[in-house]
Design a protein around this ligand. Structure first.
Ligand code: C2E
Ligand code: MG
Ligand code: MG
Ligand code: MG
Length: 272
């Protein structure tokens, strides 16, 4: 390549990369102050059972930043993970959900389970188990109402550490769900080795139902496999009646998605 081409490619790409890096840095450096200034909140998305009755809520973090506006967790969670700030966020989420838990339970007719997402980075941190115990004791949480969602990536780096961490949560009485199953670096081998309660089928499979015969077949097979393994199976990202009907007809136990409920603030959840 000529000097010219090299220079012009630099002038095209460098500013964009700088903008991108600047934003990532700004996000990473804003996390501590976001906690301090109460910019985070939790939204709750209902999950329904086969009778389409709400049986749980997934806690999903939201960030309305004074400097950056609304920032999606899909953007800031990976940045928090890479910059070593995820543990602060996780602790904040656990504490906030514990604080709001009694109000949520009070407006339910049935038993519900509240699900919290853990990052793969969190479960390397053995001290987090102590923090979780402390919060459950402080806020008098009955652990039968708590589920933790983790992705398969949690197991990739250090299987024994992840398994040890999650086993302790199970021994406390919490449930464990494998999130986004089938997306990313799935290994069916994990399913034979880890003690799970629930498998959450990734939204991509739900999206592709009835789009292709093959993906419909794969989804059916995942549901069947989970049932054979005695796992509860939850489908995420259900947006249509047709998807819901297909999943229920094939024995899916729980459904979650905009068709049933969008994530809502605590205030909206309490209003019903
Ligand atoms: P996830 O745990 O797989 O959560 C599901 C995501 O799909 C949520 O996005 C939810 O709002 C969205 N969703 C649910 N139903 C539908 C639907 O029918 N259609 C569409 N298009 N989307 C749907 P959200 O809230 O933006 O969160 C994105 C991801 O960020 C989560 O994926 C999770 O990996 C992460 N995240 C969110 N909150 C937390 C948290 O408190 N801690 C950690 N570690 N990660 C979190
Ligand atoms: Mg989740
Ligand atoms: Mg998910
Ligand atoms: Mg997902």
């Amino acid at each position: 390549r000529s000097k010219m081409a090299e220079r012009s490619s630099h002038t095209i790409f460098v500013p964009e990369m700088m903008e991108d890096n600047k934003r990532r840095l700004l996000i990473a450096n804003s996390i501590a102050s976001a906690i301090k200034h109460d910019e985070f909140s939790i939204h709750y998305q209902g999950k329904v059972d086969a009778d389409e009755v709400v049986v749980g809520y997934e806690a999903l973090i939201r960030w309305r930043s004074a400097a950056l506006g609304v920032v999606s967790p899909a953007e800031f969670i990976p940045i928090a993970e890479q910059s070593g700030k995820i543990l602060q966020i996780t602790k904040w989420v656990i504490k906030r959900v514990c604080m709001e838990f009694e109000q949520i339970l009070a407006v339910q007719k049935n038993d519900v389970v509240v699900s919290l997402n853990l990052s793969a980075h969190d479960i390397k941190n053995a001290s987090l188990v102590g923090y979780i115990k402390e919060m459950f004791t402080l806020y008098k949480i009955d652990t039968k109402h708590i589920e933790f969602e983790v992705t398969e990536s949690a197991y990739l780096e250090n299987f024994d550490a992840a398994n040890g961490f999650l086993t302790q949560l199970r021994q406390m009485g919490c449930s464990i769900a494998l999130d986004d199953f089938g997306a990313g670096y799935s290994s069916l081998g994990y399913l034979t080795q880890i003690d799970l309660n629930t498998l959450k089928i990734d939204k991509q499979f739900v999206d592709n139902l009835n789009v292709s015969k093959r993906s419909t077949l794969v989804t059916k097979t995942i549901i069947e496999m989970a049932k054979q393994l005695n796992l509860k199976i939850c489908a995420e990202g259900v947006e249509t009646r047709e998807q819901a009907d297909f999943l229920l007809a094939n024995g899916c136990h729980q459904l979650q998605g905009y068709f049933f409920a969008k994530p809502v603030s605590l205030e909206e959840l309490l209003k019903g």
